[in-house]
Design a protein around this ligand. Sequence first.
Ligand SMILES: *Cc1c(COP(=O)(O)O)cnc(C)c1O
Length: 361
Amino acid sequence: MARAFNFNAGPAAIPLEVLQQAQEQFVDYHGAGMSIMEMSHRSALYEDVNNEAQALMRELLGIPSHYEIMFLQGGASTQFAMLPMNLLREGQPAAYVQTGAWADKAIKEAKLIGETVIAASTAEDKFMRMPNLAEIAVPANASYLHLTSNETIGGTQFHEFPDTGSVPLVADMSSDILSRPIDVSKFGVIYAGAQKNLGPSGATVVIMREDLVKDNPKTIPAMFRYETHAKAKSLYNTPPSFAVYMVSLVLKWIQAKGGVAEMEQYNRDKTKLIYDVIDGSGGYYKGCAHEGSRSLMNITFRLGSEELEKQFVKESEKEGFIGLKGHRDVGGLRASTYNAVPLESCQALAQFMKDFQQRNG
Ligand SMILES: *Cc1c(COP(=O)(O)O)cnc(C)c1O
């Protein structure tokens, strides 16, 4: 069996061991005579999956006991709206850090719900960097401060987080959750679609401080209220059960690898291989993100011309590389190197890049 060198941005690579385990359990889950997909979400077997996924998430990220963990549907895009519906208060603007395409989408949705302010923006630098913490101005009465920890399209990442005092800090971590240790107690809310670092699409993780879960306008329809889902342990209605099951397997895989600190080192080793080729190419490859903001999850780079970039993609596909074309909005090239992308794929890409330069430089 030949596995592709998968650098897709999302849905993205899932560890081979996880896929194989899911395959083993696919038709007959733990002797139940049926697949996990065919089972009641009220069954003891599924409840175990749900509880285990939550417990592993808590353990791996070191989530304090006064935080709720929810598995919802609708992707991070639904969170863009659900968050202000629940937390944006009249007379207290929601502050947003504007760092690229995903932050922009979050801002657009919040504007439909209430007042917003831009706490910092790197638009002038074409979103090729994250702001310094000192650039972020949070109004004292803000409902919350929202940031995007990793901009998947631009290839930039926050390497430290602001201290927002009594204003809740909210982070869209869709493309870098569990890729490194974080201090969860600095955050009021963390959310992430699963399909980049956690498993398949269909499940969205929300980690939220208890007091924020409870404090919401009671006029919000039940499905859009965090309290509904937290109270029901994410079993208020039918959950994305197969996706949550896959997430639980991915979490077990991370645990077996030694946890998120080991994941971070692995991601550093992987991305260094590729950034080193970019930096050592004498300008043949140009990294898009400013050096201090470079992402360990999405490496964005360009070649001298769009023709050459097209040729790069075409030749790379012939050699088994998938997903290296940049996002349609920004062009260029992008290698997404999430947790599940093996070191071997990055070694192969680094070698391909060197060979390509030699042939076409
Ligand atoms: C992919 C992504 C999203 C959108 O996720 P969906 O699950 O498709 O809604 C939002 N934010 C970031 C940072 C992303 O990478």
